[in-house]
Structures are given as C-alpha cells and as structure tokens.
Design a protein around this ligand. Structure first.
Ligand SMILES: O=C(O)CCC(=O)N[C@@H](CCC(=O)O)C(=O)O
Ligand code: ZN
Length: 379
C-alpha cells in the first residue's frame, strides 16, 4: 500500500462564515492553493456549465467554492469538482474523459453536475467528479502525449508532458478525497470503447489480493445500471480504477459504456439506466438492481503486448470486443514473434495495434462459470 499523503485543511463559505479566517476547515483540502482561487463567482452563476467551462483552455487555473443548502461544492482543480454534503456515508469518485475522445460519459457527467448545481439532484454522498484529460478533450483525441490511463502508478509517476503531471494531480485529489472517507468507497471510471462490442456496456472489475474482494451488491447494481458483462481484472494495472482499488480499498471499476463518438453525436437515452442508478447513488436512494445471472462473467487469461514497430492484429478493425477465437487462431504478429491462441476458446477485448510499444495491445479473456465463482468466493 502506498502511503497516503498528509491531510491539509480545506474551506467552504460556511467555514469562512464560522470565523475561520484563513479559509480552512480542519481536516480537508479542497484546492491546491488558496492563491489559485478566482475572485469572481463561477459555480453560483446560473449560466455556469461544467463541460463548456472545462473545455475553454483559459479557465484552467480558475477555482471556486459555493455552499448550496448546506452542501459545499468546490472547483478544486481543472475539471475536478468536490461535493461535500454533511454526514455522508458514501464517498464516490466519478471520472470521465480520462481519454479525451470518449464523449458519451463526459456528457453524462456534465448532466449530473448540471442537476447538482441547479439543486435538482440533492447529494447525500460525497463526490469527487472528474473530467480527466481536458486538453485531449479539446482536441477530441484519446490523449495528448501518452495514455493517461497507464500512469496511475502506486510507486509514482515518471515522464514528461501533460499526462504524467495530470496523473499525479488526479492521484493527489483522490488521496485527499478518500483520506476523509468513512463508509462505502467507490470509483466508477467511465469510458467508451474504440470498437463495437458483443456486450455494449461492460465493466472491468479490478480484483486480486491487493484490492477489495468482489462484491455481490456491486454486481447487482451494475446489472441494474445496464451493464451486460463483467471482466474480472486480476493483473496489477496502472489504470485509474485500479489505483483507487489498491491504494484506497475502494470498489473501483472501469465502465465501458458503448462506442466512441464525437461530442454531440451520442444518444443519451442509451445511458439512461446508468444515469438513473448514479443519480440514486448520489441521492442515497434505492438503485435498480439486476440479477447476477443476467451478467456474463469473464476473467483475463492473457494479455498481448505490442513489442515491435511492425506489430499487427490479424483480424478486421471492426471486429467487436468479446469476439470468440478458437484455439490455434493466429491473433497478432510483429517482426519477431506471433501470438497464437492456445488451450480453450478465448474472447478478445480492447484490441488496438496502435498502442505505444511496450503497452497492452489486447486482452484475452475466458468465460467464468457464475455458480462456481459465487459458490467458491462468496463471503
Ligand atoms: O476500446 C479500447 O480499446 C479502449 C477503451 C478504454 O479506454 N479502455 C480502458 C480500460 C481500462 C482497464 O483495463 O480497466 C483503457 O484501455 O484504458
Ligand atoms: Zn477509455
């Protein structure tokens, strides 16, 4: 476990009114430095919209805080909102736009923030709401310099360019957020996939000895939110959801919510069940729960790493995620080697020949028998 940084105090207008002259309230931090605060109110203005504000590059250093009906809402970093209702028993990190071109979840998060700011969604849970990679969102690209979702390393971030410093800032925010958590800890990191998928919406659930044990209630919640398949990820992974699971004992998930489309071209109705369950979670209401039996379950059998310049995948670009390959199938090759599927049939997930050399170019999964999993592992 990586040591959690010391907690620095934080503020909100309520704290200021209570006579805390330096603007800090014992125990919490809500922005990086009081000097960064804007003097002009943002969050309380009726025309403030989180997504357009974040997409405007010259707003990057603006910070603000606002108290609405006893709830502290603060813009604590570019694209990062902290929401603190009193006496919360759930702490939820909800992130989208870790990849800048995955717009449907970005728009979903923006709709939730809009309802929160208008008082149409009354939070009972603490929230850290994150638009992950604003410069990549502006360019409508997956990333600027390197894949942000490979940089959430518990041993610290290396490298130069935008994403390494953003990964560090986001980990700092998550560290501070969870250091104040009591009760249930959750992180849903929302994505969309480059390809279509046999299961349009699916979850990657980090799960090994370093993370919390899988949770039946979480799986039922996911099924109620429209998730069709769950991939248990037992390999240590430098992803955002893995970070929250390993370092903060949160139930962390990468949720794949359909296919990548440009801003404005998403059909929001396809995410209604997810939006409704997230709203219920935020408001402390009963969510919709689906049957475990409705979920297709998988675990990772192997991963293919891109090793060379001439790496290629030996199937069409539009082949969907979870396509099934028979043993003996030639999956990929580069200048030195090839990958042939062995053993039993395997399902291909996230195949991408264009990843950086040394990065994961595909996962090979196998179906898990639900009865066996639940009988043998139930707590
Ligand atoms: O469609 C693809 O190939 C990638 C979609 C995506 O961004 N997926 C995440 C999964 C993260 C995880 O394994 O938990 C990623 O590749 O970062
Ligand atoms: Zn993504």
């Amino acid at each position: 476990m990586r040591p959690i940084p010391a907690v620095i105090p934080s503020c909100c207008p309520a704290c200021l009114r209570k006579g805390n002259r330096n603007g800090y309230n014992a125990g919490k931090i809500i922005w990086n430095s009081p000097m960064e605060a804007t003097s002009t109110p943002l969050l309380s203005t009726p025309d403030f919209r989180f997504l357009p504000h974040t997409l405007a590059a010259n707003n990057a250093s603006q910070r603000d805080r606002w108290e609405r009906d006893g709830v502290c809402i603060a813009l604590v970093d570019e694209g990062v909102l902290l929401v603190e209702p009193p006496a919360a028993t759930t702490s939820l990190v909800l992130s989208a736009g870790i990849h800048g071109n995955e717009t449907a979840p970005i728009e979903l998060l923006d709709r939730l923030v809009d309802r929160l700011l208008k008082g149409q969604l009354v939070p009972k849970a603490r929230l850290l709401l994150i638009l992950g990679n604003p410069p990549a969102m502006r360019r409508a690209e997956r990333y600027v310099d390197t894949n942000l979702n490979r940089l959430f390393k518990t041993e610290g971030v290396e490298g130069s360019g935008y994403e390494p410093q953003r990964a560090q800032r986001l980990m700092n925010q998550v560290d501070r957020f969870f250091s104040q958590a009591s009760g249930l800890r959750l992180h849903y990191d929302l994505h969309t996939a480059i390809r279509g998928s046999e299961y349009e919406k699916f979850a990657v659930y980090p799960h090994n000895q370093r993370t919390p044990h899988w949770d039946r209630g979480q799986l039922e919640w996911l099924a109620g939110a429209g998730i069709e398949a769950v991939l248990f990820q037992d390999r240590n992974s430098p992803t955002f959801s893995w970070y929250s699971s390993e370092v903060h004992n949160a139930h962390g998930f990468t949720l794949e919510l359909g296919k990548v489309h440009p801003f404005g071209e998403n059909d929001g109705s396809r995410l209604m069940a997810m939006e409704s369950n997230l709203s219920a979670l935020i408001e402390g209401r009963q969510p919709s729960r689906g049957a475990l039996a409705s979920l297709r379950l998988f675990r990772i059998r192997d991963q293919i790493i891109r090793k060379g310049e001439r790496f290629e995948l030996l199937f069409p670009d539009d082949l969907p995620n979870f396509s099934r390959f028979m043993p003996g199938s030639l999956i990929s090759r580069d200048e030195e080697s090839c990958y042939t599927l062995s053993g039993s049939p395997g399902y291909i997930i996230f195949p991408n020949a264009k990843v950086e050399i040394g990065a994961r170019a595909a996962l090979i999964a196998e179906a898990v028998d639900a009865d066996q999993l639940f009988d043998s592992e139930a707590r």
